[in-house]
Design a protein around this ligand. Sequence first.
Ligand code: ZN
Length: 279
Amino acid sequence: MKSIKFKKMVATVAFTNTLQTTIPATALYSVMEEHFLNNKTGKIPKLLFIGYDGCIANALTTRTNIDESAIFTLAKSGGLYLGKTGGAKKGGQETSTAPGWASLFTGTWATTNGVYHNDDELAKTISPIFYTLEFKQIKSKFCFSWDPHRSVTYKNVAEMAPQIFCQAQDDDGTFDAMKKSIEDDSTQAIFGILEYLDHAGHTFGFSVSKEKYIEALSDSERVASKLIDIVNKRKTLDLEDWLIVITTDHGGVNRGHGGRTIMESTIFFASNKKIFYST
Ligand SMILES: [Zn+2]
C-alpha cells in the first residue's frame, strides 16, 4: 500500500525522469568534478551543494508555493531528477547517512569506497569531492553538524586537510558556516548538510502525513533559499559560474531508514543547471 501511494505521489511532481529511470547517487560526482576541471564558460567555477539529510522524494509534493521552494527555484532554470541510493544492487549498502553521502561525494558505492554502514571509514584510496578539489588548489569547505562525518567516515581526510571541515553544533551553525564560505571570495566549493528532516523523521516519522516532518522540509527550504540569495547577491556574480545542487542521502519509512524499500532508497537531485540527460 505504502509503495503504491509513494509512486503515485512521486508521479505528481515534475521530475525529468521516472522511478524506472532513476539516476544513481554516484552520478553526481563527475558532474561536480567536470564543473571545475572542464569548465568552458571562461568564468570562475563555483559550487553550492546543499544536502537535506533524510528527505523522502514524495515530500516534494507538499511544496504548494513553488516560488518559495529552493528546490523548485533551482528546477525552474535547471532540472529536478529522481535518484536512487543503497548500492548498485538493492541492499548493497544501507540507506543510511554515511553510505548515502559517501556515494554522492565519491561517485562510488560501498563495494568500492567501503562505507556500508555509518561506522565504516572511507577507503584510503578513495577521495571525496571536497578533497579532490582542495588537492587541486580549489578551496573547498564541508559544513555539517553530524559528528561521524569527521570522526568516522572522513577521519583520514580530516587529518590530512582539517581546513576543509567546518563542524557546527546544529543547523543554525551549519548555515552560518556556509554563509561565511559563500561570502569568502577565495572559497570555490561549499558543501553543507542540514539535519532538520532526519531529526524530524526519526522523532515523528518520515511521512508527508507528519506535520513536523513537513515543517522540517520548510525549514530546510528556508535555509537553502537564504543561501541561494547570498550567492545571487555576490558583487562578482557576473564573473562566476555557479552550480547549485540540492540532494539527499536517503529517504525513510516509519521512523527509520537503512533498508531497501523504495521509500528509503529513492532520492532526488535539484539543480540550477541541466545536469543529467535522459538517454
Ligand atoms: Zn541521513
